[in-house]
Design a protein around this ligand. Structure first.
Ligand code: PMP
Length: 432
């Protein structure tokens, strides 16, 4: 066994030496994970859990090809990206082949946060402007520059002060947002909100460097923007001299099933100016990437500051084939694409009162059945599925079945889930 200490001691040592703001999953009854393989994680007693949480283990935990490539490379060379090496250029070439042609220049970095921070620097340098427009409830990373543009984080602080150069646009949420399914043209309405922010910034003498958004919002509550929204936003932002940054840290690399990149869901005619990628690129190892156009990269170079980094040029591989989406058709709700699915729980279908405690209850009950799931969104009432990509149809069936059972049980209990959907199955087919 890979267990070094009894569980109680691990908990005590964690309390003593690990920063308390790093909250453990299932804090009322934490689990200890000693190994993982594919879509499964194992605790110290060998109990197997089905993992619906770890998106960064993109091609599966401890994938043999990744382990082998990593070990071989570590034995051979681990050095700075300022030496010539074929891996680096070949990797960039292969990555480029998955992207629209104009996105051709790569910067390899270590984390999603580092990628987004660099993306901001590229935009500031290229445009000479300072302001950033971000979406409500967005999370883009944990470094200072990104907390500034992450309402998901800065809204949590009682005395939070929003930077004057950051503007928060409406989340393009068709379920709970300002413009919903019944609106005749939500894409235009939400894009107009971005344009209003641009005009207001101009009135104050500010200029917009970038609009940044996840191609599908994750922490924001698994929000799928209406098609055409990004094109319209890009038009407004470009007109103001700014750039469009697509954060694909969570949703890139085929997670959405039908396309390799989630921004492609918006249509062939949409290409961001900068795309940021995160740890799924290295199956969870500290590696990430920023891809941009030649023009933006040249402007950054002309700023005179040299850019280099010690990212490990491991021969980490990912499977190029996006999942065909059919694997999880039966767990697709309106809020899901591929293996990125959200199910929002409400107590009242009219008022949309968030069923936050109930979502937690489901998560704990699933854990008892050895399924690991988390909840997110501004109200923490969105059950969030982003499992490793080797998640199978049988796995999906099992999770749906268990949730059905839990919902059925809960609905029979007085006072709980008074206004859930008529059939538990509809959880997956419509938003309850
Ligand atoms: N952007 C998004 C959308 C994220 O979800 C995250 C974290 N998973 C980040 C950026 C930051 O990535 P990292 O934790 O690798 O710094």
């Amino acid at each position: 066994t890979a267990e070094m200490f009894p569980k109680e001691k691990t908990i005590d040592l964690r309390k003593k030496h690990i920063g308390p703001s790093c909250k453990v999953f299932f804090s009322h009854d934490p689990i200890k994970i000693v190994r993982a393989k594919g879509q499964y994680m194992y605790d110290e007693n060998g109990v197997r859990y089905l993992d619906c949480i770890n998106n960064v283990a993109h091609v599966g935990h401890s994938h043999p090809m990744v382990v082998k490539a990593g070990a071989e490379q570590m034995e051979l060379l681990n050095t700075n990206s300022r030496f010539l090496h074929d891996n680096l250029v070949q990797y960039a070439q292969r990555l480029q082949a998955t992207l629209p042609e104009k996105l051709s220049v790569c910067y390899f970095v270590n984390s999603g946060s580092e990628a987004n921070d660099l993306a901001l620097r590229l935009a500031w340098e290229y445009t000479g402007h300072k302001d950033v427009i971000t979406l409500d409830n967005a999370y883009h990373g944990h470094v200072s520059s990104l907390i500034n543009i992450s309402p998901y984080k800065f809204h949590q602080l009682a005395n939070a002060e929003q930077s004057k150069s950051v503007h928060v646009a409406l989340s393009p949420d068709l379920y709970r947002g300002n413009y919903r399914q019944d609106h005749p043209d939500p894409a235009t309405a939400y894009a107009d909100d971005v344009n209003n922010l641009i005009q207001k910034a101009h009135e104050k003498g500010h200029k917009v460097a970038a609009f940044i958004a996840e191609s599908l919002q994750s922490c924001g509550g698994q929000v799928i923007p209406p098609a055409g929204y990004f094109q319209k936003v890009a038009q407004h932002v470009h007109q103001a001299g700014g750039l469009f940054i697509a954060d694909e840290v969570q949703v890139g690399f085929g997670r959405v099933g039908t396309h390799f990149w989630a921004f492609q869901l918006q249509g062939e005619d949409f290409v961001p100016d900068i795309v940021t990628m995160g740890k799924p690129i290295g199956n969870g190892h500290p590696m990430s990437c920023v891809v941009t156009t030649r023009e933006v990269a040249e402007a950054f170079k002309n700023s005179g500051m040299e850019y280099f980094n010690t990212v490990r040029g491991l021969a980490t591989k990912w499977l190029h084939k996006p999942s065909n989406g059919s694997d999880c058709d039966d767990v697709m709700s309106d809020r899901g694409r591929g293996l990125f699915v959200g199910a929002e729980l409400v107590r009242d279908r009219v008022k949309l009162t968030p069923a936050t405690a109930e979502a937690q209850d489901i998560i704990y009950k699933l854990k008892e059945q050895h399924i690991l799931l988390s909840a997110d969104g501004p109200h923490r009432n969105v059950l969030k599925f982003k499992p490793p990509m080797c998640f199978s149809e049988e796995d999906a069936d099992m999770v749906v079945e268990k949730i059905d059972q839990i919902l059925t049980g809960t609905r029979n209990a007085p006072l709980s889930f008074l206004a859930l959907a008529p059939s538990p199955q509809s959880l997956w087919h419509s938003q309850i």
